[in-house]
Design a protein around this ligand. Structure first.
Ligand SMILES: *Cc1c(COP(=O)(O)O)cnc(C)c1O
Length: 351
């Protein structure tokens, strides 16, 4: 490894931060933590809040709950606004909650709920937060940017958190955190304890092209390569490819006669949650896909265990990959049912 206090690392780090700003669509500094995405969520919470502050946690799944739990662990007064798993957060309900609790300082929300394949309307949620409060809006964008549109500055977001192993196409171990001017103002008076994740210390060191502690240097090289690939493709093309692939995946599984968990308007373009048909064991399907087709899909978390499978399609993914996954699901289902695949003849009317 190179010396992380030497000139090569400084140049690498500087270049990466500049590129990240473009993908976060922000003028704010984007800090890079050596941590998984959850470390970035924790950093966001402890750097803008004090114990006892009232927080609105908008959640529609496992990761929204995790963000809420993190704030609660550090002593925030968390009001949970929960939506049924598989549905999206309703901006009007957020507005009602903000009116009910005028002292809410911070709103936590997940952009793309990976556990259920739902993408929340962050633009609309940001609008109601701004119209009804002074609260900061902290957005878990770990499984969305840069694959799904999320212009930080244009939508007035205060902290946006990303994770290296998702759409950046590199191994786990880095979390990127962008912080608005308003969030830095909150940071100056925020009293939650922090040390490794003290973002002010990260900012001060970043201005010297360094990190407070030893970073995962190898992952910075990986990130530089991931960013170069994304730049070559172009951000709007990356977003368009994910939209295309998301639609293709949903269409493919629907043609097998299967249903998508969320409604089409909120279905994610980075992960598709598919309902397991009655009579099929979800666990067996996941195992068969892995062992017989070398296709790795996710099962259902928590209350969705055995009820859905989740097909990840973010980052380094093409139309061909989707076609192969849909084909593997068709073959596995027909084997499990001991019958011919539910093709067009068994699909919805007209197919
Ligand atoms: C993956 C993910 C996380 C957790 O990230 P880790 O890297 O596992 O800590 C949090 N939120 C969302 C939306 C995710 O997809």
């Amino acid at each position: 490894m190179i010396d992380h206090r030497g000139p090569e690392f400084a140049a690498l780090f500087r270049g990466i931060r500049a590129k990240l700003k473009a993908f976060f669509q922000t003028q704010n500094e984007v800090l890079i933590l050596t941590a998984s995405g959850t470390g970035g969520l924790e950093a966001a919470v402890v750097n803008v809040l004090s114990p006892g502050n009232r927080v609105l946690a908008v959640t529609c799944g496992y990761f929204g709950d995790r963000f809420a739990d993190c704030a609660k662990s550090y002593g925030a007064e968390v009001i949970r606004l929960e939506f049924p798993w598989g549905t999206a957060a309703d901006p009007e309900a957020v507005e009602r909650e903000l009116k009910k609790w005028p002292d809410i300082r911070t709103v936590l929300v997940t952009h793309n709920e990976t556990s259920t394949g739902v993408t929340n309307d962050i633009k609309a949620i940001s609008q109601v937060v701004k119209a009804n409060s002074q609260a900061l809006l902290l957005v878990d964008a770990i499984s969305s940017i840069p694959a799904i549109e999320l212009p930080m500055d244009q939508w007035g977001l205060d902290v946006v958190i990303a994770g290296s192993q998702k759409a950046w196409m590199i191994p786990p171990g880095l979390s990127m955190v962008a912080v608005s001017q308003r969030a830095w103002e909150a940071n100056a008076v925020a009293k939650m304890p922090r040390f490794y994740f003290d973002l002010k210390a990260h900012l001060t060191m970043a201005q010297k092209d360094q990190t407070p502690a030893t970073p995962a240097v190898s992952l910075f090289y990986a990130l530089e390569t991931g960013l170069d690939l994304l730049e070559q493709e172009g951000h709007s093309n990356v977003i368009a490819r994910h939209r295309r692939i998301g639609q293709l995946c949903r269409q493919g599984v629907r043609e097998l006669g299967l249903e998508i968990l969320p409604d089409e308007a909120h279905a994610s373009n980075t992960v598709t949650a598919v309902k397991i048909p009655a009579g099929v064991d979800g666990g067996v399907l996941v195992k068969m896909l892995r062992e017989e087709h070398k296709v790795v899909v996710g099962g259902g978390p928590g209350p969705l265990h055995g009820k859905i499978i989740r097909i990840g399609h973010l980052g380094f993914v093409s139309e061909q990959d989707i076609a192969e996954v849909v084909d593997a699901i068709a073959k596995s289902l027909s084997k499990l049912r001991g019958s011919v695949p539910a093709g067009p003849s068994k699909g919805r009317a007209g197919r």
